[in-house]
Each structure stands twice: as C-alpha cells, then as structure tokens.
Design a protein around this ligand. Structure first.
Ligand SMILES: C[S@@+](CC[C@H](N)C(=O)[O-])C[C@H]1O[C@@H](n2cnc3c(N)ncnc32)[C@H](O)[C@@H]1O
Length: 219
C-alpha cells in the first residue's frame, strides 16, 4: 500500500481513457466559470497551476475559444488525467500541456511556460501544500504575468484573522495531516506577498460554501 501523502481529500472517479473526476470540481465549476467570464481574459495564454484532474480547464477553456490554457501539476497521475482531458476535448479546446511544474522550485519556469503570460489560475492548492507553495505561486506570477494580466485563485480563505467555522474545522483537519498545510489568510498571509510580485488585489468574490475567488492584477 502506498504511503504517499494524498493530494486531495476526496475520492475521485476515473474514465477508461484516464480522465479523472473530482466531486468538488463538478460542484463548483459553474460558479467558477461565471467569475472567470467576468474577471479574466477570453484570449491569450493562461497557465494553470496545480490543475489536478484537469476539470476546471476542461470546463473553462472551451468557453473561451481564443484562450490557450496550459495545464500543470507536480503529481504524475494528475498530469495523466490532464493529458486525457486535453485529448478528449481536442485541439480546438485550447487545452495544452501538461507541464510538470513545482511552484516551490526556485524561479520555476519549465520549458513550455512563455516568458509573458496573459493570465494564471490556481484552485484549491495553497491550503493543501506548504506555505512555500503560496510564496512560489506569487513570485512566479510576478515574474511571468504581463502588465495588466490577472491571476485568479479559488478556495477557502480566512480574512484578517476571521475564519468561517466550517473553514476552521477544515483547516484543523488539514494541519493534522500535515502541519505545514492549512487555510491561508488572504489579508495577513497573501497580501504581504503582492508587493514584491507587483500585484494588486482587484476583488475577492464570495462563493458558495465559504469559498472565495480572488482576482489579482499585475501593475
Ligand atoms: C486539492 S488538489 C486541487 C486540484 C484542482 N486545482 C482542483 O481545484 O480540483 C491540489 C493540487 O495541488 C497540486 N500541488 C501540490 N503541491 C504543489 C506544488 N508544489 N506545485 C504544483 N502543484 C502542487 C497537487 O498535485 C494537486 O493536484
């Protein structure tokens, strides 16, 4: 039996062609799409960090025919699922990659990441990874996003020391699995990373189940 640390906290389904299905991605993909349509570009090149099963890209990219969506992750089974989604939806979907990308690697920039990106997207990673992943995410956004380009994060957050009871319980359960994991505080932990990355907060959009979509813009 594998002793590997889990990368997600739910049971996932898998199709014969290797596409994986996450119940949580299926639940929240439509509300995420509606925020994406409102705040993110419909054209250009987007890098998704920690694409997981690949379902967010598979749902959003076909909705934005002029957008090239680059999948990435560190986890080989997740990368395989992303390849399967890209193959399933075909070239017209705009889905490309996946790239093996660890945001904790110093100055990450694997081959295939263009020097200048028009957008970045990352859902449900920063609380299920050490804080160095969050730092690496922001540093990379600072290096790669073009002026005026945006990064969208989705997941549970605390706000200035306040956390919803359900998120507090979730955060405690994450910390029991790994003390370096846990729900992050947007104001106290993420905002301090924005200055050196040259990012400003555009909007924190309230989402169902005490989640947020958070939009940043490169100045
Ligand atoms: C809970 S899953 C979320 C997947 C997907 N974004 C979603 O919302 O369904 C967390 C993902 O973060 C990835 N991950 C964890 N640490 C990472 C790192 N250092 N660099 C890149 N990806 C990482 C895991 O492999 C996993 O795919």
């Amino acid at each position: 039996m594998s002793e590997e640390k889990p990368i997600a906290l739910e049971t996932r389904g898998e199709a014969a062609d290797g596409r994986r299905f996450s119940p949580s991605a299926e639940r929240n993909r439509d509300v995420i799409l509606s925020v994406f349509r409102r705040h993110m570009p419909g054209a250009g090149t987007l890098l998704e960090i920690a694409s997981g099963t690949g379902e967010h890209g598979a749902h959003i990219a076909p909705d934005a025919p002029l957008l090239t969506w680059i999948y990435s992750d560190i986890n080989p089974p997740s990368l395989a699922s992303q390849s399967a989604w890209a193959a399933h939806l075909g070239e017209d979907s705009g889905l490309t990659g996946p790239l093996t990308l660890d945001v904790t690697a110093p100055d990450w920039a694997p081959a295939g990441v263009p020097e200048r990106l028009d957008a970045m997207f990352c859902a449900n990673m920063i609380h299920i990874a050490p804080f160095t992943a969050c730092e690496g995410l922001f540093a990379g956004a600072g290096r790669h996003l073009a002026p005026g380009a945006r990064m969208m994060l989705y997941g549970p957050f605390a706000r200035d020391g306040e956390i919803a009871p359900s998120n507090a319980v979730f955060s405690d359960s994450l910390k029991q699995r790994d003390p370096s994991w846990g729900v992050r505080d947007l104001d106290r932990e993420l905002m301090p990373l924005t200055a050196s990355a040259g990012l400003s907060l555009v909007e924190a959009v309230e989402m169902p189940a005490n989640n947020l979509s958070v939009i940043f813009e490169k100045t």
